[in-house]
Design a protein around this ligand. Structure first.
Ligand code: AQP
Length: 355
């Protein structure tokens, strides 16, 4: 009996300027995971329709995210970089998962509640079904590991629930076709067609907060541009936003415990740690007792040093539209072949006639 081949998958929506949260929480991890793993990184353009159907510049936003992947260091020769809508099998599997998942599961998703707001009845059906499409993105490649920020944890738990229900509901048919793969579930060894995917979440920057409000996550859709550092910000903008970041009047503590109840201070320490590849404690070892008037300029210098080369590379790559399009086309072809192999099995397991 075989076991699942390790495969990393993750996606980013083309819904506006990438910010430091996307970079530290996700893209930097994508780059690190390239060594020693097969990886698939996707611009999830179909997801971007769930909150807003009409976009003025979806094609360019898709190219822009692709340029950010490449500028950050993702190698499109060794790994697969593509846009979701090129591989129609994502949408096909999402429909099947809509029939696997329960409405109650979707209703519990905090991202749906946040994004739908008070006017839930008027939210798109796509926004409610978003996690089902996300599960399909991952499972159509039978990916085993998914690097994401902490805000996506609940969606990944739902992906695991969907995989498990599919494996259970179709267990006999999966076994009859010899399509079961062995995996560990706690102390038990079970068989299933889909892996129970592991989230890769963690580190000091798994949840970067708004620079204006330490209780809200840094987000593309925050109306205040001062709340986030965009990957395309120049040195002056980065320094200004860090200078204006909300803080408290106290000096930095010597221990991580001393950051409890100080969300803005904890956020800036986390950003420093994420940019410098240090732990929060390492940062405090260096800056214990220091006032924000000293820490903020040090953080701004570090942010400019780390982000300026990525921004410059993004501009260079974006200018070569033919190259970006070729990367996506080539990645789409590679992804489609893999996704179709899964869908062939899935159609057979379910009993959908096919050629
Ligand atoms: N603040 C954050 N801290 C750490 N990680 C974050 N991510 C997003 N915000 C933070 C991670 O970035 C990846 C891509 O996110 P996405 O574009 O697919 O969706 P999102 O989470 O909806 O991003 P935004 O910026 O918050 O957009 P809006 O404003 O539209 O909601 C994911 O891995 C995510 O966890």
């Amino acid at each position: 009996m075989s076991s699942f081949k390790p495969l990393v998958f993750s996606g980013v929506q083309p819904t506006g300027n990438l910010h430091l949260g996307n970079y530290l929480g996700a893209i930097k991890k994508f780059v690190a995971l390239q060594d020693g793993n097969d990886c698939m990184y996707c611009v999830v353009d179909l997801h971007s329709l769930t909150a807003q159907l009409v976009h003025d510049d979806l094609e360019d936003q898709t190219r822009q995210i692709t340029a950010a992947f490449l500028a950050a260091g993702i190698d499109p020769e060794k790994h697969v970089v593509f846009n979701q809508s090129r591989v129609m099998q994502h949408a096909e599997l999402a429909w099947i998962f809509n029939c696997v998942a329960r409405i109650g599961w979707m209703n519990r998703m905090t991202q749906f509640k946040d994004k739908a707001g008070k006017d839930r009845e008027n939210a798109s059906l796509g926004l409610l079904a978003y996690p089902s499409l996300m599960a399909a993105d991952i499972l159509v490649y039978r990916a085993t590991h998914v690097p994401v920020g902490e805000d996506q944890k609940q969606h990944l738990e739902l992906t695991r629930d969907i995989a498990q229900k599919f494996n259970n509901d179709f267990s006999e048919r999966i076994a009859a076709r010899g399509l079961g793969v062995e995996m560990k579930m706690g102390d038990e060894t079970v068989q299933g067609y889909f892996p129970i995917t592991e989230p890769v979440i963690g580190g000091p920057a798994a949840r970067i907060m708004s620079l204006r409000d330490g209780s809200k996550k840094m987000s593309k859709s925050d109306p205040s541009d001062l709340s986030r550092i965009n990957l395309t910000d120049d040195a002056d903008a980065i320094s200004k936003k860090i200078r204006k970041a909300k803080t408290d009047p106290d000096a930095l503590p010597s221990e991580v415990d001393g950051l409890a109840g100080r969300p803005e201070a904890e956020n800036l320490v986390g950003i420093y740690a994420g940019l410098a590849d240090m732990s929060k404690q390492d940062v405090l070892n260096e800056f214990a007792g220091v006032q924000f008037s000293v820490f903020k300029p040090a953080l701004a210098d570090l942010a400019v040093e780390k982000l300026a080369p990525v921004a410059a590379e993004m501009r260079r790559i974006s200018a070569d539209r033919a190259y970006v399009d070729a990367v996506l086309r080539n990645g789409g072809e590679r992804a489609r072949a893999l996704a179709e192999a899964t869908m062939h099995d899935v159609r057979s397991i379910i009993g959908l006639l096919q050629d």
